[in-house]
Design a protein around this ligand. Structure first.
Ligand code: SME
Length: 171
């Protein structure tokens, strides 16, 4: 099978996320494996959303977050719950939009090019399994429309995978 992402046509952000959501639903529809679906979702996010330098997943394994499928430069492998933007979003189970990562005291710098970040928890059947993390080289790249759109993407991925297939914990 080949998959050619459609070039986005929407001019506004909510419209772009509606198109993206349809494409994510398409790439994961025939598969329940979390690693496969996260890999294709990361590729789609990175190819579709402008002005990113990293897009991917951290999953809960062995009591902490471990890097999963992503696009971008190699990243820090393990993040403790409650640490960094990812660990804070995971522990508090809420989306964090960070307009300037240099002003976030506990930010973990993986790629020196990152200046803003958004992290969205992935919750399946009421339990956290990981986070979706996007970084941008531009300050203030992410806003409430990105948070809302990415939360819908995270919900589709959460519901589209069988998390027992992947050795991923939940809490
Ligand atoms: N900046 C993140 C670490 C992950 S990288 O951005 C890929 C954090 O502070 O948790």
């Amino acid at each position: 099978m080949t998959f050619q992402p459609d070039a986005p046509t929407a001019r506004d952000k909510p419209g772009l996320y509606r198109e993206l959501l349809t494409q994510v639903e398409g790439v994961i529809a025939a598969e329940r494996d979390p690693w496969a679906n996260a890999a294709n979702a990361a590729a789609l996010l990175f190819a579709t959303l402008p002005d990113l330098n990293w897009a991917g997943f951290y999953f809960l394994r062995g009591g902490g977050l471990v890097v999963g499928p992503f696009q971008g430069k190699p990243a820090c492998v393990r993040i403790a719950l409650g640490r960094g933007v990812c660990g804070t979003a995971a522990a508090e189970r809420r989306t964090l939009v960070v307009p300037d990562v240099h002003a976030f005291a506990d930010h973990i710098a993986c790629d020196a090019a990152s200046n803003s970040e958004v992290v969205v928890p992935i919750v399946s059947e009421g339990r956290l399994v990981g986070v979706l993390d996007l970084d941008s080289p531009s300050r203030g790249r992410f806003d409430a429309d990105d948070a809302a759109g990415l939360e819908r993407v995270a919900a589709v991925i959460a519901g589209g995978c069988d998390w027992r297939l992947a050795g991923i914990d939940s809490f």
